[in-house]
Design a protein around this ligand. Structure first.
Ligand SMILES: Nc1ncnc2c1ncn2[C@@H]1O[C@H](COP(=O)(O)OP(=O)(O)OP(=O)(O)O)[C@@H](O)[C@H]1O
Length: 682
């Protein structure tokens, strides 16, 4: 009979659906299969006593052929199924000795396990549960079992006497039916049924074997998977720690961000409040801006009208200024083109013991000098003189300059002005012209007034250039007080105007402010020759001339105004009897005498005015006569020993005062657009 059982190798290996997470490693005891086999053999009587089995087979063989036939498939069955318990024991070891014994006693008591992979449960656990819980399969009663021959007299085992037939009822209840030995057919059928049952079991076991044979490989694969899973788990743990740290960092960052967010929101609130305030201010400002725009428009209209008015006013102002100049000049003419102021200097502290003349200040313009020399007892020893103004010893510098300033105004209006101080040495000429640091004289006050007036004239459209020269006449020689280098200097006549002169080779500087002019004055004063005299320790032995040219221009009117101021500190006159430097004294006295002659010639309206007889008169020619205004200070000392010199100066000044000069003419040059260089004197 050919077996149709499937070969174990051909059984399809079930695929394990492994779940790494649910996988549980097998214990070492479970894998110790050899030891389990030994234990199985120890507890299995069949495996322990093969010899007894062989004896029973021999007994059957001797009884009947049918027994032999019956036993052959069984033998084959046993040889085929014998290894199964060993493999089963290897896969499903039981810790209990009873389970092992059961497994060993019945090689047939193995249920067919379910196919691996048909369930999601762990295969190892499933195996354990199957091996421990599976009910044993009812095995057919062996020939040596306790079943007795029914109906027989002898109590021999049925296997040894008669063949038994096993039939199964519909309810699955097995009924042993005795088959007589001669009934071969029944016995054959019985054997066929047995064979059929065994064949089914064999197939089941083969399937189990097929499943179980692959278990080691699956186990190895599972172990390798386990190792890799463990490594992955380690890596995953490391990753998890890293991620946890990152999470912590992110949480810290999140906390800081939340903190900064709260701060930012506070700031935002503040900014919102500030914004609201600013918005309110902005709205207010907008409203104000609108008002202001309206006001600006109104103001623009008013401004336009005012500009027109200003233009008209400027025109009127210019005309008024011109009228003022005319009137001013008229007043100056009425006062006289040569004016004489007499100043008597006070007694200094170290001069308290000196004998004084008698001085009577009759009124503002009249002074009387009385000879108090006890030796001289003349009948008429008092002399009265009248001048434009008499300043007594208590007069202040500012009082004097107040009367000088109209002449400075005239110079700005285009007149030539000459102011000089005449008098005996030590009579106070330098004090009157220069003054001292704490009490400034005419020249520094003139400088201040000039620059203040220029500012005011700028509003009227006039711009001025101021040019200055400082020169000295010492022993009839000209010296440049701004340049110590020796050089040839001459007084020359202007080509286009014979009444005007200029000094060749002299330093002339255009100054822009009063400070610079004062600086130049200081330099000039330092360079002025000084020497000790009998009357004054630092007597000026030369004539010092400060010449200031004022060139004004009115751009709109195309008018130019050219005026000049000559400020002269004359050398002191001295009696030859008391002089120790005769040459100097002679030159000084001669030049002063020539000055007197010129003024007297002007007074007498002579045809020839001897300007050129001295460097001094030649230099002052434009300022002495013609279109000039001259102011002469007569300085006198109050002492009796100066009486004669004082009387001489006073008489000269009185004569000058009486000099009737021609009406001064103002120089006004009108520039025309056709002839830039042409000029006309009005
Ligand atoms: N009005 C015054 N008030 C006070 N001191 C004066 C006055 N006038 C002149 N002095 C003093 O008298 C002295 C002589 O004056 P100052 O040098 O001006 O004379 P001077 O005429 O210039 O002499 P010189 O011709 O020799 O140069 C100086 O010490 C001066 O300070």
């Amino acid at each position: 009979m050919e077996s149709k059982l499937p070969k174990p190798t051909s059984i399809k290996r079930p695929m394990l659906a492994m779940d790494k997470n649910k996988f549980q490693p097998l214990s070492r005891d479970l894998l110790n299969i050899d030891r389990f086999n030994k234990e199985m053999r120890a507890h299995s009587p069949d495996l322990q006593k093969p010899a007894a089995m062989q004896t029973r087979v021999k007994l059957r063989r001797s009884r009947s052929v049918s027994d032999l036939r019956d036993l052959k498939p069984m033998k084959r069955h046993e040889t085929t199924l014998a290894p199964i318990p060993a493999k089963l024991s290897r896969l499903a070891p039981s810790t209990s000795a009873a389970a092992a014994a059961n497994a060993a006693n019945s090689c047939y008591a193995i249920n067919r396990p379910p196919r691996i992979g048909t369930s999601n449960t762990n295969p190892t656990k499933r195996l354990q549960s199957q091996t421990s819980k599976a009910p044993p399969i009812k095995r057919p009663a062996p020939a040596t079992s306790n079943s007795m021959v029914v109906g027989g007299n002898s109590k021999k085992p049925m296997s040894s006497v008669n063949a038994t037939s096993v039939s199964t009822t519909g309810a699955g209840k097995t009924i042993n039916k005795r088959i007589p030995p001669y009934d071969f057919k029944a016995r054959y059928n019985d054997l066929l049924e047995k064979h059929k049952v065994l064949k089914e079991k064999y197939q089941q076991k083969c399937e189990q074997i097929g499943n179980f044979e692959n278990l080691p490989e699956q186990l190895e694969e599972t172990q390798s998977n386990l190792i890799s899973a463990t490594e992955e788990l380690k890596i995953a743990k490391v990753d998890r720690e890293c991620l946890q740290r990152q999470v912590q960092l992110q949480q810290q960052k999140l906390a800081s961000v939340e903190n900064s967010l709260s701060n930012t929101s506070e700031e935002l609130q503040k900014l919102k409040r500030t914004y609201n305030k600013l918005k309110q201010d902005h709205d207010k400002l907008n409203t104000e801006a609108l008002d202001l725009r309206e006001r600006v428009e109104d103001l623009d209209d008013k401004n336009f009208k005012l500009v027109e008015e200003i233009t008209t006013c400027k025109e009127q102002l210019f005309r008024s200024n011109m009228e003022r100049k005319e009137l001013h000049n008229t007043v100056m003419d009425l006062r006289g083109n040569i004016r004489v102021f007499c100043r008597v200097r006070p007694i200094l502290d170290f001069e308290q013991d000196k004998l004084l003349c008698g001085w009577n200040y009759v009124d503002e313009s009249t002074v009387e000098i009385v000879n108090c020399d006890p030796i001289v007892k003349a009948k008429n020893n008092s002399h009265s003189f009248s001048f434009d103004q008499v300043f007594h010893p208590c007069s202040k510098q500012e009082d004097i300059f107040e009367l000088v300033s109209p002449l400075i105004q005239s110079a700005l209006d285009g007149y030539n002005v000459c102011i000089f101080a005449y008098g005996q040495t030590g009579s106070g000429k330098t004090y009157t012209m220069d003054g001292i640091t704490t009490n400034l004289g005419v020249i520094p006050r003139t400088v201040d007034l000039l620059f203040d007036s220029i500012k005011a004239y700028r509003n009227l459209g006039w711009e001025y250039d101021i040019k200055v020269q400082f020169l000295e006449i010492y022993n009839e020689v000209l010296y440049d007080l701004l340049d110590n280098e020796p050089k040839e200097m001459e007084i020359r006549m202007m080509k286009n105007n014979k009444n005007d002169i200029y000094v060749s080779n002299i330093t002339q500087e255009t100054v822009g402010n009063a400070d610079r002019l004062r600086e130049l004055m200081k330099i000039a004063k330092t360079n002025r020759a000084t020497a000790a005299t009998a009357g004054n320790e630092r007597s000026s032995r030369s004539h010092a001339v400060t010449k200031i040219q004022l060139i004004g221009s009115h751009a709109e009117r195309h008018e130019t105004s050219m005026g000049s101021i000559n400020l002269v500190d004359l050398a002191g006159s001295e009696s030859p009897k008391t002089s120790v430097r005769m040459n100097e004294t002679k030159n000084i006295n001669r030049s002063l005498s020539e000055l007197t002659n010129v003024i007297l010639a002007l007074l007498q309206k002579q045809d020839h005015i001897p300007y050129r007889n001295s460097k001094l008169t030649h230099l002052l020619m434009p300022s002495l006569g013609g279109n000039s205004k001259t102011l002469m200070f007569i300085n006198v000392a109050p002492f009796q020993d100066c009486f004669n010199e004082s009387l001489k100066s006073l008489r000269f000044a009185a004569n000058v005062n009486q000099c009737k000069m021609a009406k001064a003419r103002r120089v006004r040059i009108l520039n025309t657009s056709n002839a830039n260089n042409s000029s006309s004197i009005i």
